[in-house]
Design a protein around this ligand. Sequence first.
Ligand SMILES: C[S@@+](CC[C@H](N)C(=O)[O-])C[C@H]1O[C@@H](n2cnc3c(N)ncnc32)[C@H](O)[C@@H]1O
Length: 278
Amino acid sequence: MYIHGYGERESERLLAQAASVVRLLHGDTRFPPGSRVLEVGCGTGAQTVSLARNSPGAQIVAFDHATASLARAIERVATAGLLNVEFLHADLYALPFEAESFDHVFICFVLEHLSHPIAALRLVKQLLRPGGSVTVFEGDHGSAYFHPDSEIAHRAIACQVELQRRAGGNACIGRQLYPLLVQAGYEAPCVTPRVVYVDAATPDLIDSFTRKTFTWMVEAVREEALAARIIDAATFDAGIRDLYRAAESDGVFCYTFFKGVAVKPTHLLREGSNGRDV
Ligand SMILES: C[S@@+](CC[C@H](N)C(=O)[O-])C[C@H]1O[C@@H](n2cnc3c(N)ncnc32)[C@H](O)[C@@H]1O
């Protein structure tokens, strides 16, 4: 289950998110000419465009199991005039690729939705050639703080975290990237925090990040949170108002993403064929 849904607003939110973090994420993400790169869970292609544009000599293979999102991704990449992307409608747990057929794997905002992120990392490791790399980008909702601070805004955020947990995911997975990569059997993991800091001096980020990326995401779980009785309507709505308050001219918002890069060992490893523990 994908907690954010697949509606129009979510599509616009993913675009706003990609735009606001494009330098943070893609600024140092380049793949060499001639390399084959697998993008896991490309969604509406918000990251695919940056990947393909920044590594024009690489061949990107992007897949998602959501048909409507994939259609948007195909359209977006075509509109951008990028020719180095192939799309595939596929599920991560039933991929049609041969072992060791990719040089690099790119995963952005997907592990947070999976019940078995280590198994997923192991699965894609089988598709990597020895010495190939995985690049993972994830957020961490525990890292959100803002001014004016608001206890009820934190309670609204906690609804999103709890619902994602009930759906099998982990909205605070960013801080775990290092141990996840190690447990999945990768070598030399390098994890760096990528802080988004927003105040009146960054008006673009007020709109694209504080409002559209973060507050819209929390706001979107309103009905589900009320139905699950984890909060009442008045408290939730007041929490959302306080998040929008942090987007006013004297407000401040801060959030940390984490980027992890690690390498598939060149020596042989014994592992189950489904990527899970042996
Ligand atoms: C938050 S979206 C991120 C999309 C894109 N990576 C981005 O950053 O804009 C998570 C995506 O992972 C996809 N996804 C989740 N589980 C999947 C699976 N088992 N197989 C393929 N795609 C999956 C969802 O359909 C969704 O499009």
